[in-house]
Design a protein around this ligand. Structure first.
Ligand code: EPU
Length: 442
């Protein structure tokens, strides 16, 4: 291994996670709400902001574009002042943006504020091809011109962007956000159909509405935005991170423990909670959060399909699969959002799990990946004893899943590439230790 000791975590498995931790604002909302602040003519105040790498990347990019960002009075509060937005140096943007996909969402706001934007090659987790074709198609419909050069994409708005009618080929989260962040200041009405309606998108709509936008959501995935001439600032508390909350829930189940996730909220987790209960996990909800635990006895094998909201979120899949290795019988998992999000299972097999991948759609709904050579369905047969192993983190959620597997396993695991988890999990090592996990650095 060539990585530094600081990027390796030793996990001594076999002990249940017990105790409580807190989740803050959602990784998949906070950076977008920060980008939204660029659209305003006044400062915005965002609360419940976690200290994660994606937030730091966006903070750096905003500062490069002349936005002042300072911490507010309460813990986790950012104040963003976009009074002096200016062009940034292309090399600086590239240097800052490398590890994230959020920069693509700067396009609409920068086109409105400056008339031009530059988007470097994008990072993000390796869980599928992750193209950005929808984003650029949408921006062209608003009237932007896009030129691809060796170092990235150069966009211009020859005149004010205008509202338009758009139908997304798939309810993509990022493309829906792209439309929202562009349409709010465009001239006239934008009608977006086949939009994503994830809770983080609803929260972004709330942010934009606070700024003065006019946005309505129909029940059939149609969003209508009436462009306005000017937006102000906002004060907003980000919705809690339902993806992180579910990761801790799966960790409690797989290690036969009990974890109170303070800040977790039922209404954005209904599909997860139903599935958690079907597997045999127990939970209790109150105003403070949700306590998740393993009630004893065998867990149940289940059939699971990931889907866009309100279905079972793809980001919940990888952590829960670790718990399914401990369930009795054959579980079937059909991943329909990302074509390569099951690759992480090979390391679980190396630890003793029995997971077989299939190209076919093993589920009720045929998906975009059927007959296309992607190993996107899995049969998990359990229960299996897991043994500690050498693990290399492949992506954010897969990485957290390896931590769960290492905690549930007998013996010690060396987990490499641990820094990637800081992209989306605030203080995860401290939280693990608070829950009694035996982890240390080599
Ligand atoms: N897609 C295209 N073309 C595009 C955009 C998307 O084909 O231009 C496809 C993707 O390849 C994928 C599907 O559409 O197969 C859905 O992608 P989507 O655009 O919804 O994903 P995203 O916006 O890039 C966000 C989250 C992901 C989360 C997905 C789905 C952020 C920063 N990322 O990604 O979160 O899995 O929505 O809910 O918000 C994570 O948190 O670990 C994570 C990967």
């Amino acid at each position: 291994m060539t990585d530094s000791p600081a990027d390796v975590l030793l996990v001594h498995g076999g002990a249940p996670l017990e105790g409580e931790i807190r989740v803050r604002g959602a990784k998949n909302l906070v950076p977008k709400a920060m980008v939204a602040a660029l659209l305003g003519s006044e400062p915005s105040r965002l609360r419940n902001v976690p200290d994660i790498r994606d937030v730091r990347v966006v903070r750096g990019l905003l500062q490069l574009h002349g936005v002042t960002v300072r911490t507010g009075d309460e813990s986790g509060e950012l104040v963003l002042d976009p009074s002096h937005v200016e062009s940034a140096n292309v090399a600086d943007i590239d240097a800052h943006a490398g590890s994230s996909r959020i920069p693509i969402l700067f396009c609409g706001p920068l086109l409105h504020r400056l008339g031009h934007a530059f988007i470097p090659g994008l990072g993000g987790c390796d869980i599928g091809g992750r193209p950005v074709d929808f984003h650029f198609d949408v921006l062209r419909k608003f009237g932007a011109t896009i030129e691809k050069r060796a170092d990235g994409q150069y966009l211009e708005a020859p005149q004010r962007l205008r509202g338009t009618k758009i139908r997304l080929p798939y309810p993509s989260v990022g493309s829906t956000e792209q439309v929202l962040l562009t349409a709010v200041l465009a001239d006239g009405v934008t009608e977006l159909s086949n939009a994503a309606v994830e809770p983080e998108i609803e929260d972004l709509i709330c942010v934009l509405q606070k700024m003065g936008a006019i946005i309505s959501m129909d029940t059939d995935r149609t969003i209508r935005i009436t462009g306005v001439d000017k937006l102000g600032g906002y004060t907003h508390r980000a919705l809690p991170d339902r993806l992180e909350a579910a990761s801790w829930a799966s960790a409690a189940l797989a290690t036969e423990g009990s974890v109170l996730v303070r800040g977790a909220e039922q209404k954005s987790m209904i599909a997860f909670l139903n599935t958690f209960r079907r597997v045999g996990g127990a939970f209790e909800i109150d105003d403070e959060g949700i306590r998740f635990w393993h009630p004893g006895g065998p867990l149940n094998a289940i059939a699971l399909e990931t889907d866009v909201h309100p279905g079972f979120q793809t980001d919940w899949q990888q952590p829960l699969v670790v718990a399914l290795t401990q369930a009795s019988g054959l579980s079937i998992v059909h991943e329909t959002v990302y074509e390569s999000r099951l690759g992480f299972t090979s390391a679980l097999n190396q630890m003793g799990a029995h997971i077989q991948l299939y190209r076919e759609c093993l589920g009720g709904m045929p998906c975009r990946f059927g007959q296309r050579n992607f190993l996107h369905s899995a049969v998990v047969s359990g229960p299996t004893r897991l043994q500690g192993s050498d693990l290399i983190i492949p992506d954010l959620r897969g990485g957290f899943s390896y931590l769960i597997a290492a905690l549930a396993a007998q013996g010690t695991s060396r987990v490499h590439g641990i820094d990637l988890i800081n992209r989306g999990y605030e203080n995860f090592q401290e939280k693990l230790m608070e829950l009694g996990a035996k982890v240390d650095r080599p």
